[in-house]
Design a protein around this ligand. Sequence first.
Ligand SMILES: [Zn+2]
Length: 364
Amino acid sequence: MNSPSPLLRLADGVHLWSPTPSAGWGLANCGLIVSPDGTAAWIDSPYDRRMAQDFLERSRSLLPEGGRIGRVIVTHANGDHLWGAEVVRGADIVATREALGHIEYEPAPKQLHAMVRGSDPETPLGWYLQSHFGRFDWADTEVVEPTTTFTGELDLRIGQVPVQLTALPAAHTTGDLIAYLPQQKVAFTGDVIFASSPDDPGDHAVHWAGPLDSVIAACERVLDTGAQTIVPGHGPVLDREGVRGHIGYLEHIRDRARELHTAGVPALEAARKLIAENAFPLPGLPERMVITVGTEYRHLNGGEDRPDIVAMIAVVAQVAWDLRQGCPLHSPPRCRTRRITFTARGGKSPPTVLVFGVPMHLFS
Ligand SMILES: [Zn+2]
């Protein structure tokens, strides 16, 4: 289980809530803005209610008597940045117009909860889901939909604190935004940046919408704001040099993926190869390379910017299963202990799960 997490002051009236542990699927950074007049807002919210309540209680300790979180700025619509907003019901939920559309596309919280709890831990997918998502509880979670959406730019004021929002072209997801506080020179980037350092190891970048050129352009827009303190979606806070280093890594992955695509190497094999190359070296959850490389390949093949999220997780699980068994580069027959075929439609359409070709109606 996660232990309670303290708030870290980044600048006057700007605080960071990071979950403990700070690395792993769904363990995202959140921001708290408190204006001198007591007006307050969140930037993102934790993945489940227990973590969100922890963030709320710690936020209240910095608010005046009777103060409330009046607004939640959502950097993108993945659940680990949005679902905790239900604990501040009544707040204005601000997101891009495309993020609103993305909500319908993801598995709903109760579907994901059932999928994690109902999966067989003897299979790669079940083992992976329970290892990485079993710590969360979405049994009663309802998604709070955005109440304010925008395209392009949106200037807000949280009391006396200006916040500049920039909607991005599809990068980590469709509907990402950057939130920049010009007075404090702090940027909240959401998941266009995943940070990691030797002192505070993070996880491998996972990008669903891409292509990587768009993610790199998003990172450069973060630098263009003039930010000196950069809060990534996951992992430790960065300075500008840290962002440049991350851009260099993304460029490396992009260039290698293109080389392998040109050489006719299939996407999954390319991802396994990049994991085995272990450039930089790799941070945690290296199996997420499958999604990031898969996204790049989808664009190189002229495909759409929306993958089948659950199907991708099933492949990621298989690769992690193989890595655990010491088979990073290929999936030789001895690694193929179980095979799962997963087809899914997210949001309000229940996914269909096929295990050994047999449908499992986990979501009815
Ligand atoms: Zn995230």
